[in-house]
Ligand binder design. Structure first.
Ligand SMILES: O=C[C@H](O)COP(=O)(O)O
Length: 249
């Protein structure tokens, strides 16, 4: 049985006052029957980790460098995230792949760095609209997953997030049939590579315009074990409604 996960990605949003939203979550979810994760900007990880201590809310980074330390101005290592109190890190988000030209090979190296630091890697994949319209979604996702996941991936150290790029921040969502098709496909690819036990333990999140109004329908979809939420994770009230929908699913 996979434990469900509601993950919030604050992206490049949040000054110190945003911690009040996190505080609200920690009060509401001192304990929870699902895993809850907030990935604030790197500047807030330390304070967020302290604020979330003793609650059901875990804190994660949004990216890491594949190396542990060195001359990499502006970068942050997985070890540093861990040192700041993070337990997870998002790897290979489409905004990293597109804005920073990150390849799946680099993403696999980052996931390995995350494992080495004892972090859980939330590895992202997803197609652009042109890929979907060309009927190439499944081969594209298959390639991204094959190249982005290290052989050392396990049910304990890895979560996969499927995020169609055209659904991110747009208010558009795929149909539940389209989500199920991709999630079932990812599960089958994982089984083929890692075997039933590992593959069936890896959680698959859906991301892209998840909000309180569509969360229940998405969480009822085949092989959806939770969500990676952007905009709707910035306000505790919205994210709580999504968490509650996940608990009820
Ligand atoms: O990481 C989160 C995703 O990119 C989804 O963002 P969104 O919920 O604002 O569409």
């Amino acid at each position: 049985m996979r434990r469900k996960l509601a993950a919030g990605n604050w992206k490049m949003n949040g000054l110190a006052e945003a911690l009040s939203e996190l505080n609200e979550l920690t009060v509401t979810y001192g304990e929870a029957p699902v895993d809850i994760l907030i990935c604030p900007p790197a500047t807030l990880i330390d304070r967020a980790s302290e604020a979330a201590e003793g609650s059901a809310v875990a804190i994660g980074g949004q990216d890491c460098h594949p190396k542990t330390s060195g001359a990499h101005t502006g970068d942050i290592s997985a070890e540093m995230l861990r040192d700041s109190g993070a337990s997870h890190v998002i790897i290979g988000h489409s905004e990293r792949r597109d804005d920073h030209g990150e390849s799946s090979t680099l993403i696999a190296a980052k996931a390995t760095a995350a494992y080495d630091a004892g972090l859980i890697a939330v590895v992202c994949c997803g197609e652009h609209l042109s890929t979907r319209e060309a009927g190439e979604t499944l081969p594209h996702i298959g390639k991204q997953i094959a190249e982005s996941l290290p052989d050392a991936a396990t049910a304990e150290n890895t979560v996969i997030a499927y995020e169609p790029v055209w659904a991110i921040g747009t208010g558009l969502t795929p149909t539940v049939e389209q989500i199920a098709e991709v999630h079932d496909f990812i599960r089958a690819e994982l089984v083929a590579r890692f075997g039933e036990t590992t593959a069936n333990g890896i959680r698959l999140l859906y991301g892209g315009s998840v909000k309180p109004s569509n969360a229940a329908e998405i969480f009822a979809t085949s092989n959806v074990d939770g969500a990676l939420v952007g905009g709707a994770s910035l306000k505790a009230a919205d994210f709580s409604a999504i968490i509650d929908a996940l608990v009820a699913a």
